[in-house]
Ligand binder design. Structure first.
Ligand code: UDP
Length: 478
């Protein structure tokens, strides 16, 4: 057993958000910090832990998710806490109970583990790192005299809009009676102009009592008490926003959080078995395939799915479509593809339940990505230089689209929920894959790809920001 009096390494209790898009960057950040000399006790919830091991996707025991890192000498421990309530298998079609449990019940279980690690771990825990969207980290950290490092897995733009929610309310763009202002938002520090229609989805419903809204409000009260904020974004891509946030808090852009660049050694969530698409992609001409995926959580409506499917077929473009079980309509696992789809797409289309998205995006046959605008998908596409076609579904995704299409100009809009039409879909696909507008988007994407990759080199912004965070944290701990 290590001699704790001699072990001066910081020991972080790192509580990851229990969703694919939160868990994976958290696990990869944990590896980066361990490689810099931290001890990490990495924690997820029981439901997420079992979802992963029960999926049959992983040939190794879940507790060995960090085994490769450990075999390189990194000190990463893995633990699991109760969600507080049993999480039903169909939770994706009704997120509210999960959000409720995490808002109200998870804290006690994390606290129990924390007390154990303060008393019995070698060496004891010295800081708390937690997903920003938890509603208790600052309170808990203060109670035990620990610094709190908040980890934000979405763009800085979304962070700052939540952080300045009081300004949206004071200016009547949110929560106004009888209705919200509809003119452009120009007063949020470090943000040039936002159309209210592009705000995060739950700002559109006036329902401030929705669990998701309460969760965001409370978690951003908590983040005001954070000692440091780490963000999975790139300084150069959101410079103005980040500079404005740095006037409020020690705020470090350290993304994209891919250990050792974008290697296949990244920790994966392994929620579903990955289908190998490489042979099929190898048979396709360069940049000819549109990759289609709507992420791991939220389902797309039957209506929108049907319009998009027909638009993809009409476009005559080659495509690879990830259609995970339960991802259309109310979550039924019946095949949602229309009759005749397979014949119509023979020779140019492939549908799989899940794949290694990184391998697909890195393949030279892939020339475009029709995405729901999950932030991880966007970062991965930036790294691979694949231009985007955007169809956001929920929460941060509409705002992420603004960053992609308006600020960075590396993608095109496909239309909006409930309104997207097949003719527009097919035109947009042809435009992105072959047209003049696609050319300009591709050029911008090349620049963004360079910035994204260079951020992780030893002289790059994210590399240096992570080092600076560690220097500042060690000073704080001294
Ligand atoms: N992903 C994957 N295989 C697939 C589809 C998605 O590995 O077939 C991964 C993708 O690489 C990304 C994550 O799932 O890292 C999705 O995260 P994102 O933030 O884009 O969306 P979310 O699932 O959180 O809505």
């Amino acid at each position: 057993m290590a001699d704790s009096s001699a072990d001066a390494r910081p020991h972080a209790l790192f509580v990851a958000g229990p969703f694919q898009g939160h868990f994976v960057p958290a696990a990869n950040l944990a590896i980066k910090l361990a490689a810099k000399g931290f001890i990490i006790t990495f924690v997820t919830t029981e439901a997420f832990h079992h979802m992963r091991s029960d999926s049959g996707a992983s040939s190794h025991d879940q507790r060995d998710i960090f085994s490769a890192a450990r075999s390189k000498g990194l000190d990463i421990r893995y633990d699991v806490v109760s969600d507080g309530v049993p999480v039903p298998p169909d939770w994706r079609s009704n997120l509210e109970p999960v959000f409720y449990a995490h808002a109200h019940l998870l804290q006690a279980h994390v606290e129990e583990l924390l007390r154990k690690l303060l008393l019995a771990a070698e060496p004891p825990v010295t800081l708390l790192i937690a997903d920003t969207l938890f509603v208790w980290p600052s309170t808990l950290a203060k109670k035990y005299g620990l610094p709190y490092v908040s980890f934000w897995t979405q763009p800085a733009l979304v962070f700052t809009l939540y952080y300045h929610m009081h300004l949206l309310i004071a200016n009547g763009h949110f929560g106004a009676i009888p209705e919200n202002r509809k003119d452009t938002i120009t007063y949020v520090p470090g943000v040039q102009a936002i159309a209210p229609a592009d705000l995060m989805s739950h700002f559109h419903k006036m329902n401030t009592s929705a669990v998701i809204h309460q969760l965001v409000v409370k978690s951003f009260e908590e983040v005001k008490g954070a000692d440091f904020v780490l963000v999975n974004t790139v300084q150069e891509l959101e410079d103005e926003t980040i500079l404005a946030l740095q006037r409020e808090k020690p705020f470090y852009a350290v993304g994209p959080i891919f250990p050792d660049g974008f290697t296949m050694e990244m920790v994966k969530a392994n929620l579903w078995p990955e289908h190998d698409c490489s042979q099929w992609l190898d048979s396709m001409p360069p940049s000819s395939v549109l990759y289609v995926s709507f992420g791991s959580i939220y389902p797309i409506s039957e209506r929108d799915f049907s319009e998009i499917v027909r638009g993809v077929l009409d476009s005559k473009v080659n495509f690879l479509w990830v259609l995970r079980p339960g991802s259309v309509g109310t979550g039924s696992e019946d095949d949602p593809l229309p009759e005749g789809f397979r014949e119509a797409s023979r020779g140019r289309g492939m549908v799989v339940p899940w794949c290694s998205q990184k391998e697909v995006l890195l393949h030279p046959a892939v020339g475009g990505f029709l995405t729901h605008c999950g932030w991880n998908s966007i970062l991965e596409s930036m790294w691979c230089g694949v231009p985007l076609l955007c169809f956001p579904l929920i929460v941060d995704q509409p705002m992420n689209r603004t960053l992609v299409c308006q600020n960075l100009r590396i993608g095109l809009k496909l239309g909006d929920i409930g309104k997207v039409r097949r003719d527009h879909v097919s035109n947009a696909i042809r435009g992105l894959m072959g047209g003049e507008v696609g050319e300009s988007v591709r050029r911008e994407m090349e620049e963004v790809k360079k910035a994204t990759r260079s951020a992780l080199t030893p002289s790059g912004s994210s590399f240096k920001n992570l080092d600076q965070f560690i220097v500042d944290l060690l000073k704080h701990l001294a």
